[in-house]
Design a binder for this molecule. Sequence first.
Ligand SMILES: Nc1ncnc2c1ncn2[C@@H]1O[C@H](COP(=O)(O)OP(=O)(O)OP(=O)(O)O)[C@@H](O)[C@H]1O
Ligand SMILES: [Mg+2]
Length: 157
Amino acid sequence: MMMTKHVTIIITKKDKRMVIISKSPEETLAVGKRIGAKCKPGTVISLRGSLGAGKTVIAKGVAEALGITEAIVSPTFTLIQEYQGAKLRMYHMDLYRLSGTDEFEMIGGEEMLYGKAVTLIEWSEKIQEMLPKTTVYVNLDIKPDQDRVITIEGMEL
Ligand SMILES: Nc1ncnc2c1ncn2[C@@H]1O[C@H](COP(=O)(O)OP(=O)(O)OP(=O)(O)O)[C@@H](O)[C@H]1O
Ligand SMILES: [Mg+2]
């Protein structure tokens, strides 16, 4: 398990969004932990951002907050990884290699979105129309200096 160093994150509220500048993987992990602390049964989180933006780092933070002790591995080839937390189950999806919504239905993905687990989805653009209305959106943008601009919609930290 990745341990969180003590870091301070500054959260700014802009319209209905929370904006955070992350200067390191540790800070992004801390943001993930904050998100994880707010998750409830059925929370679905769409993680958006380019390759290497830090989506999986956020997932690791959420997992830590949910009390998952197992290491979080990128589920690129399996599409979906399942973890059991202290109270909640967590699904971590990486749909980069998903062919389309048909394949998602075939592997039982849609039921997972409407169950009691917390679901994190990387590359959820592939199943945009299947996402619940209550989906939380977390966007990560890589700035030229490598800092990350993290924008959260649909959840208050
Ligand atoms: N501020 C930062 N926040 C998060 N990651 C950072 C930051 N600065 C540098 N990094 C590095 O960027 C990489 C992010 O990797 P990660 O696997 O989380 O990306 P990803 O968005 O899941 O990519 P992919 O689309 O390939 O799954 C890590 O190697 C991490 O160390
Ligand atoms: Mg990833």
